[in-house]
Design a protein around this ligand. Structure first.
Ligand code: UDX
Length: 438
């Protein structure tokens, strides 16, 4: 059992802290946001993540998981201090490290004895060394016996399945100039029984960027193939299935659609391209990946306009707003670009999402209306758009949907439905990279 402090109670910090507590460790989660901490103390979570609320409650009740805003309560006595604060995109596309900097300085001012500082936030390559420099500069100037080591431990948690990803990871990556510190962190992960890669700081940081970049590349690749499928009359879903059976290729992250979103892929691909350019490299593949991702959204709107005619004055129902199912996260969600484009063009949009509506209201144009269920938003609609493949959209009463619409146009941005079945149900159905059934 170890004493752990986790700084930052966003998706990464809260999941990491809670899961380490669940493994029997004493964990204190710290955040500078007093409202967030007050809520967590009452058992209210700032985010929606399946299973997390129960896990927080269980470990809080057992006394293993505590919340505070006070560094002097959380850091002294902790052998491991995880930095899991946000690294938003800076104005120039690079990562904004101001929160990491504040965390590192605050740790330095409060640490006691020997402390292992572990960076979980996604940070530019070289940040581990930079953090060590900040801590060094903020240690007391008077003689002291404080020592520390910095370890990079990138996270690979997917929103919506973050707890499972923590408990059964494909691998744990640890980077440090201090091998014994990395080995101590490896011991923390021993109960999850997975392969552990120990390397230097910069290589660990690069593993994170390169992993997200290849996944984003696969999505843009299949989205480009879907364009070609559309033009030449092939079915991208079957193409992906046929490709995926080849073990060298694999079947994951080959679902064509309206592009990737979320808090990681868009930011990380951009940051990697930025770092590459700053180092005089030419990241042409990464630039194309980002272009294709924007095109996926534009092409979807164009398809709607081609099929429906002008969208001005048309009533459009929208199913799904979150960037993917099982989350209320709206960061870089394709729905933001698509709905904004439709509103700009004069469409009347009414949207429904099982959990993201509250967050969406802050980000979408004021003209957008919201419904309480998937049926309400299609009443009198000229078209309905499926933008997030939530489970509850799979088994709808499609006769009811079709009968309440003004025109039966269904645009499926995630290839969720079967074209033949939708045709049989009386819809004019369009999806991404799949032939139209006449
Ligand atoms: C991702 C990484 O998977 C995780 O390892 C990392 O640390 C954080 O970023 P997350 O952002 O939660 O996780 O989402 P993920 O499930 O990976 O999906 C990302 C985006 O890609 C979503 O917008 C999703 O809709 C899209 N996607 C995914 C596709 O369009 N097609 C696919 O085949 C797979």
């Amino acid at each position: 059992m170890s004493n752990i402090c986790v700084i930052g109670t966003g998706y990464v910090g809260l999941v990491t802290g809670t899961c380490f507590a669940d493994l029997g460790n004493e964990v204190t989660c710290l955040d500078i946001d007093e409202n967030k901490i007050a809520g967590l103390k009452r058992g209210e979570l700032p985010i929606y993540e399946p299973g997390l609320e129960e896990l927080v409650k269980r470990n809080r009740d057992a006394g293993r998981l505590k919340f505070t805003t006070d560094y002097t309560q959380a850091v002294p006595g902790a052998e491991f201090v995880f930095i899991a604060v946000g690294t938003p995109q800076g104005d120039d596309g690079g990562a904004d490290l101001r929160y990491v900097e504040v965390a590192a300085a605050s740790i330095a001012e409060t640490l006691q004895g020997h402390t292992i500082i572990i960076n979980k936030s996604t940070v530019p390559i070289g940040t581990g060394d930079w953090v060590a420099g900040i801590v060094e500069r903020h240690l007391p100037t008077t003689p002291h016996n404080l020592t520390f080591a910095v370890v990079s431990n990138p996270e690979f948690l997917r929103e919506g399945s973050a707890i499972g990803d923590f408990q059964v990871p494909d691998r744990v990556v640890l980077g440090s100039t201090d091998r014994s510190a990395a080995e101590r962190v490896a011991e923390l992960y021993a109960p999850v029984r997975t392969s552990i890669i120990i390397t230097d700081l910069r290589t660990a940081e690069m593993i994170k960027y390169a992993s997200n970049a290849i996944l984003a590349t696969r999505i843009s690749f299949i989205n480009e193939i879907s364009q070609i499928c559309d033009a030449l009359g092939a079915d991208v879903k079957v193409v992906a299935e046929g490709m995926g059976q080849d073990k060298r290729i694999g079947s994951q992250f080959l679902q064509a659609g309206i592009g990737y979103g979320g808090s990681c892929f868009p930011k990380d691909v951009k940051a990697l391209a930025y770092m590459a350019e700053a180092a005089n490299c030419h990241p042409q593949l990464l630039l194309a990946v980002m272009d294709i991702n924007q095109d996926a959204r534009r092409f979807f709107v164009q398809k709607l306009e081609r099929t429906l005619g002008s969208v001005t004055g048309r009533k459009i129902g929208v199913w799904g707003l979150a960037f993917k199912p099982n989350t209320d996260d709206m960061r870089e969600a394709p729905s933001l670009d698509i709905i904004s484009a439709l509103v700009r063009k004069g469409a009347e949009v009414k949207a429904f999402d099982p959990v993201a509506t509250k967050v969406a209201k802050r980000l979408l144009p004021g003209a957008v209306e919201y419904g309480n269920d998937p049926y309400e938003v299609v009443v009198g609609a000229d078209a309905v758009l499926l933008l997030t493949e939530w489970n509850e959209f799979k088994g709808l009463d499609f006769e009811r949907v079709r009968n309440s619409m003004a025109q039966p146009f269904l645009f499926d941005g995630r290839n969720l439905y079967d074209p033949k079945e939708m045709k049989r149900l009386g819809f004019t159905y369009r999806s991404v990279g799949r032939p139209v059934v006449h």
